[in-house]
Design a protein around this ligand. Structure first.
Ligand SMILES: NC(=O)c1ccc[n+]([C@@H]2O[C@H](COP(=O)([O-])OP(=O)(O)OC[C@H]3O[C@@H](n4cnc5c(N)ncnc54)[C@H](OP(=O)(O)O)[C@@H]3O)[C@@H](O)[C@H]2O)c1
Length: 383
């Protein structure tokens, strides 16, 4: 496989036929991972998305015009090495020129890795994959997932995703590998993988408790300077309403950060945080959906007890949780203030709030977050 830094795809013959590219793009003799611009006399990464961004850059358009007017087609790149050029310069060049939408479209392509793999395809992997597929961020035919049994693989095949029982198939054919196994399965799973040679995918681990340092140490036996991201997603990602916090490893690049942010934001909200906060994020948003499902179930039970039909009670409970969450997010008000606003003096709600306080409602939730976060730390310490 031809390799240049973290990039391993070759110049494609297809670009010689594509409008907007064929006029200026050409091969760089001796380096299939680069392409040359005849107008700008520059050499850029041979990635279709980078080439598209370049074709939209102001400077390129000016050079193209000039070449047409003067009729001059520089001898470059044949025999001439040309200046190295990065797509970031083109992106900066396009800003403020009314081309933002085209830029976004082209950048969207760059930050989405061509081939994505999943090792482990249970609840969390399926939730993430569903979101990526819904948003068109990954191509199912370029996506591959592995697991030891067919228990979950069949569901992924129905989505058009390639499946295998060999984790190495996933690693060698992906630019980005999501590691989605349980903490106790991780060490033996990684230990069974052979060294990868020149291929160096970005690893995004969602494994609870396992630190970046530990992941990097384990992955060192596969690849030099492994590029690793540690993420804490949650399952509402499947409906685009998830939360995903992540921390970047030592060897990740700015482009890895862009890729990670672009993919993970498709899950709902996502944010980069310092690694020491990940266990707390596990306690709150990683495990949180379970607490809220229990709350919805209990609220619905209360409704049924007081005479509502089950289905209506469940819908009311879920919609009430959704609505209250939206109020907090959209008004920006403190939840305590929103609570006060619905407690009229001597009214029904304050009576219920008192009952919740008597039954340690807030204390229970604080303790739940704490218990999950401590368990996450404990799982990490075991690895
Ligand atoms: N679920 C959540 O809400 C959540 C939230 C945040 C983080 N996480 C973390 O995400 C990870 C996955 O959780 P999950 O809920 O998706 O677990 P899960 O539903 O049990 O899925 C685990 C997957 O790993 C596969 N697997 C087991 N051993 C393997 C091996 N040696 N090689 C490759 N695949 C293997 C399983 O295969 P089979 O299909 O054959 O059983 C299954 O597909 C965990 O570390 C968890 O802590 C989960």
């Amino acid at each position: 496989m031809v390799k240049s830094g973290n990039y391993s795809r070759k110049y494609s013959k297809e670009w010689d036929k594509e409008d907007g590219l064929r006029e200026w793009v050409s091969r760089v003799p001796g380096d299939d991972t680069k392409a040359a611009c005849r107008y700008c006399r520059t050499v850029i990464r041979a990635h279709r998305a980078d080439l598209k961004v370049h074709s939209l850059a102001k400077k390129h358009k000016k050079n193209a015009e000039l070449s047409t007017i003067t009729g001059l087609f520089a001898a470059f790149p044949y025999g001439d090495k040309g200046r190295e050029h990065t797509v970031d310069k083109d992106k900066a060049d396009m800003k403020g020129e009314g081309d933002e939408r085209a830029l976004d479209a082209a950048v969207g392509e760059i930050v989405n890795p061509a081939s994505v793999g999943f090792i482990g395809c249970g609840n969390m992997a399926q939730a993430m994959l569903t979101a990526f597929l819904k948003k068109g961020l990954v191509n199912p035919s370029l996506t591959i997932a592995s697991a030891p049994s067919d228990r979950n693989l069949g569901k992924l095949r129905e989505l058009g995703v390639r499946t295998t029982q060999d984790n190495n198939d996933v690693v060698i054919s992906s630019d980005l590998v999501f590691v989605c196994v349980k903490p106790h399965q991780l060490t033996s799973m990684l230990g069974d993988l052979p060294p990868l040679g020149n291929h160096s995918p970005l690893f995004v681990s969602v494994v609870t408790g396992v630190s970046l340092g530990h992941l990097e140490t384990m992955l060192c036996s596969l690849v030099e300077n492994p590029r690793v991201v540690r993420a804490m997603p949650n399952t509402p990602s499947a409906v685009g309403q998830g939360c995903c916090l992540y921390a970047l490893g030592t060897h990740t690049t700015p482009s890895d950060a862009e890729t990670t942010s672009s993919l993970l934001s498709a899950l709902g909200m996502s944010a980069q945080i310092p690694e020491y906060q990940i266990d707390a994020a596990c306690g709150l948003s990683g495990s949180g959906p379970a607490y809220i499902y229990m709350a919805i179930e209990a609220l619905a039970d209360g409704g049924v007890k007081m005479g509502l039909p089950r289905q209506l009670a469940q819908t009311l409970a879920a919609q009430t949780v959704k609505g209250a969450g939206a109020m907090v997010l959209e008004t920006g008000k403190h939840p305590g203030q929103l609570k006060d606003e619905v407690c009229s003096p001597g009214g029904t709600t304050i009576a219920a709030v008192h009952t919740l306080e008597q039954n340690s409602f807030r204390n229970s939730l604080i303790s739940a977050v704490e218990a999950s976060a401590l368990r996450s730390k404990e799982l990490g310490a075991k690895e």
